[in-house]
Design a protein around this ligand. Structure first.
Ligand code: UDP
Ligand code: MN
Length: 433
């Protein structure tokens, strides 16, 4: 499904129905207020990035050239530049700087050009991806009220959680983990939006005993400045790539953000997804809900307060995909296009309305909530470093809070730590020396 957003750098834009739709969508996007945070005047980072690509210049140039000879030189130069670009990009090892166990499933290195999850476009986007740690064995003996063995051959749910460093990260993941601990046959793909691997998170994830993979998949720097930024996209793309590289075609894919609230019934509902299942998500935008309209057991339309020309106006948490179904679509993609990630992803897997499986009692129940946690800056507390040793718990406590990005102690900055005894403030020296 070629479009301006998916088109790789080595293929000219083809004029398809979709292109017209894209144009429509651009118009809509300009006319309508954007859903993502702080999005008064939405920009289109992916498209912009694309238009600044050498290929985009060439496209523009070739449109203008027409019969004008004096434009021939720039065209030739642009062509030479493009050839050089392709040579250097394809010629070298096209694989990303992945720490992803090398050999596994490299079948897609012969980039067919239409998808941008690996190969040339990923590289052009400056994406990086590292496998930080992985636990493939389920260490739980019981899940809910049954021994693990009783869940036998249930299809595995690949639960993809984009996450990013901020004060709330560790509590969010802790809360989510304690939901997932009740779910059998689940592999948790946690993709962190930061350059390096967070060792604290490695240990934490390992400790839960749920099969997991911890990836470091930072948002490419050029998108970070965009307003709105494509939140969680690099992470989800990383997870899609991880699935592809392992050739995982058995199981169910679900995108579960770190701050949402999941009803345990959601997992049994999505587990039997044949192609794509959908269900309402609570707390979305202006209506407090977004989801399919169902008649006679079939999805016939969508209810969502922000349309913007999207064919699939659903939230990321509002659908699940069967991996075997997804595997039929080599161009599977999620572009860096804020607000349109779901729509473009679902377009890239060739979804048809009549194929959608409504879940949650024909979309009458809310099994997932788009809750959002109030965010605040990490605290700085004035507490002399001479007291942060083994004499009290405070040294270890503040070291741990610092690692989690929650609070830090300083000799000189922040409000003085209030330590009290018998209802009265006490000098630090009295209590801690
Ligand atoms: N996220 C991320 N990088 C960012 C911002 C967000 O990886 O810079 C993740 C975040 O942890 C969450 C998902 O992307 O799992 C969606 O972000 P958020 O919950 O902030 O978006 P919203 O709730 O507004 O849709
Ligand atoms: Mn969220």
């Amino acid at each position: 499904m070629p479009s301006a957003y998916y088109a790789p750098l080595d293929q000219p834009l083809t004029s398809t129905d979709d292109d017209d739709e894209e144009a429509d969508i651009e118009r809509h996007q300009q006319q309508h207020q954007r859903r993502p945070k702080g999005a008064a005047a939405p920009s289109i980072p992916f498209l912009e990035a694309h238009h600044h690509s050498p290929m985009a210049h060439l496209r523009v140039a070739s449109g203008v050239v027409g019969g004008r000879r004096r434009c021939l030189l720039p065209l030739v130069l642009a062509l030479l530049f493009l050839i050089a670009f392709c040579y250097f990009t394809f010629g070298a090892d096209t694989r990303l700087a992945l720490g992803l166990g090398g050999g596994g499933g490299g079948s897609d290195d012969s980039d067919d050009g239409m998808h941008s999850l690996d190969g040339i476009l990923s590289r052009a986007l400056n994406e990086t991806l590292h496998l930080c740690s992985e636990g493939l064995f389920d260490q739980r003996l019981y899940v809910q009220d049954k021994p693990m063995e009783e869940y036998g051959n249930l299809p595995i749910i690949y639960f993809v959680t984009p996450t990013y460093p901020r004060r709330e990260q560790i509590p969010e993941l802790t809360r989510l983990a304690h939901t997932l601990l009740h779910v059998p046959r689940l592999h948790w793909l946690v993709a962190n939006d930061q350059e390096g691997c967070n060792v604290f998170m490695d240990l934490m994830l390992k400790g839960f005993g749920i099969p997991y993979t911890h990836l470091a998949s930072p948002m490419p720097s050029n998108f970070r400045k965009a307003k709105p930024a494509p939140r969680g996209v690099a992470n989800r793309r990383a997870a899609l790539q991880w699935l592809r590289q392992r050739n995982l075609t058995n199981g169910i894919l679900y995108f579960g953000d770190d701050d949402n609230t999941y009803d345990l019934r959601l997992f049994s509902e999505i587990r039997q997804t044949q192609r794509v299942s959908m269900f309402p998500v609570g707390f979305i935008a202006d209506y407090g809900v977004s989801g399919p309209v169902v008649r006679k057991g079939k999805v016939v339309a969508f209810l969502d307060s922000w349309l913007a020309g999207r064919r699939w106006p659903v939230d990321m948490a509002g659908f699940a995909v069967n991996l075997q179904y997804m595997a039929q679509f080599p161009n599977v993609n999620m572009p860096y296009k804020p607000g349109f990630e779901e729509d473009r992803f679902l377009r890239s897997i060739g979804l048809r309305l009549d194929q959608i499986e409504p879940r949650g009692n024909n979309c009458t129940e809310i099994l997932v909530w788009h809750t959002q946690t109030k965010s605040k800056k990490a605290a700085v507390v004035r507490l002399e470093s001479e007291y942060l040793d083994g004499r009290s718990n405070l040294g270890a406590l503040f070291r741990s809070l610092k690692i989690m990005g929650v609070a830090s102690a300083s000799d000189t900055e922040g409000p003085k730590a209030l330590i009290s005894k018998n209802g009265k403030a006490a000098a630090h020296s009295t209590i801690l020396s």
